[in-house]
Design a protein around this ligand. Structure first.
Ligand code: AMP
Ligand code: MG
Length: 367
């Protein structure tokens, strides 16, 4: 199958440019498209067979439900059994935006979308191309991230093609995604909201609208059984194993500095370092030459510890970049779990499979 690519300027486009992609949805085909979080791989959410194709193209486990994307708030009514006041106030505050609301599913939603659960995740994205495309298609669009299962989520059309070229009908290329981590998934079926997956809308933002918000234990504890099925799978992993540097920043710098004199035979190849500008500055020029026997480390800078939104936006792209190098092991700096830091650390902990440096599988709690 040839995968078509449509290049669209999100600031300035006409609906004509999206007509073909929209009609492919109506024909039961798969099209990837940009959202403000990551690229989604979409299919008509009301067409069970089309949705089945998403699982095949991604190699996604069938018990991992999809998020249904809508273009206007009113479209939610046919998809849910109930839309309680708590959910409504969150939708009114944060939609369009990176928030997925888990609600009781209506009979219209095929079981393949919800993985047989009685609930469905719904989101109204804040990306002009995504909303125009869904509106033109005239159907709700079920879309998980447009990566092969287990890989980092795609934040550019190039990432989508790396994983899915030849496996899907097309990609709408609308440039890089601004948020860069997936939506916050919130269960609003009970009296209090429960964060099943942290994301672009932070816990602090939700609390301001809804009062106390619970975070599902599995978000921070890799050994707990998650209530969001997708959270139980290894995710976001580059080829080389990732290890997180635990503790406060000063401690992380000490661990790295301790490695500087040389770590003979630690790995038979270069180390990858995923660190901030501040850490690079703190460790100085020795960083470039002192690490490992496999040559100088491959350093990828995440940005500044003072701007974690930008670090989050870059994370998946940087993890993917390591796959085009020959690093054998990646050490990754960690960040405080506040604001967007909670989502950032959740993705990093998943990429690392919960491993911290020095090696040992453990529950990761960060700073
Ligand atoms: P993705 O779009 O690839 O990030 O995957 C969608 C995420 O939303 C997965 O982690 C799912 O587990 C979660 N999700 C979708 N629908 C539900 C639901 N009904 N209940 C709980 N989690 C859900
Ligand atoms: Mg995903």
């Amino acid at each position: 199958m040839q995968t078509l690519v449509w290049r669209i300027d999100p600031q300035k486009f006409t609906l004509d440019e999206l007509q073909m992609a929209a009609s492919l949805f109506r024909q039961g085909r798969l099209v990837a498209f940009p959202t403000e979080t990551v690229y989604g791989l979409g299919a008509n959410a009301l067409d069970g067979q089309a949705v089945q194709g998403i699982f095949q193209a991604k190699g996604r486990p069938v018990d991992n439900p999809l998020i249904v994307h809508i273009a206007a708030l009113a479209e939610i009514w046919s998809l849910v059994e109930a839309f309680p006041p708590l959910a409504r106030s969150l939708a009114e505050t944060f939609w369009p935006g990176p928030l997925t609301l888990v609600l009781p599913a209506s009979g219209q939603v095929p079981a393949v979308v919800t993985a047989g659960l009685p609930t469905v995740g719904i989101r109204l994205p804040d990306h002009p191309v995504a909303r125009a495309l869904i509106r033109l298609a005239g159907v709700p669009v079920a879309a998980p991230s447009a990566n092969r299962s287990g890989k980092p989520s795609p934040t550019t059309a190039r990432h989508v093609l790396e994983d899915l070229n030849g496996r899907i009908a097309g990609v709408v290329d609308g440039g890089a995604c601004a948020v860069g981590v997936e939506s916050t998934v919130v269960d609003v079926t009970g009296s209090k909201p429960v964060i099943l997956r942290p994301g672009g809308v932070t816990r602090e933002m939700l609390t301001r609208v809804a009062g106390p918000v619970t975070v599902d234990r599995a978000v921070l504890d890799g050994d707990a059984v998650p209530r969001s099925p997708g959270m139980k799978y290894t995710h976001y992993a580059p080829r080389a194993p990732v290890f997180l540097l635990p503790g406060v920043w000063e401690n992380q710098c000490k661990v790295l500095a301790g490695l500087l004199p040389g770590i003979p035979d630690l790995v038979s190849g270069p180390l990858g370092l995923l660190i901030s500008r501040e850490t690079q500055a703190e460790l100085g020029p020795g960083l470039e030459t002192g690490l490992g026997t496999g040559g100088p480390p491959v350093i990828r800078l995440t940005g500044s510890r003072g701007d974690l939104s930008l670090v989050a936006a870059r994370l998946f792209g940087l993890l993917r970049e390591f796959d085009s190098t020959d690093v054998k092991l990646i050490l990754a700096e960690t960040y405080p779990q506040e604001g967007i830091g909670l989502a950032l650390m959740n993705r990093l902990a998943k990429a690392a499979g919960g491993h911290t440096w020095p090696p040992g599988r453990g529950v990761f709690f960060g700073e």
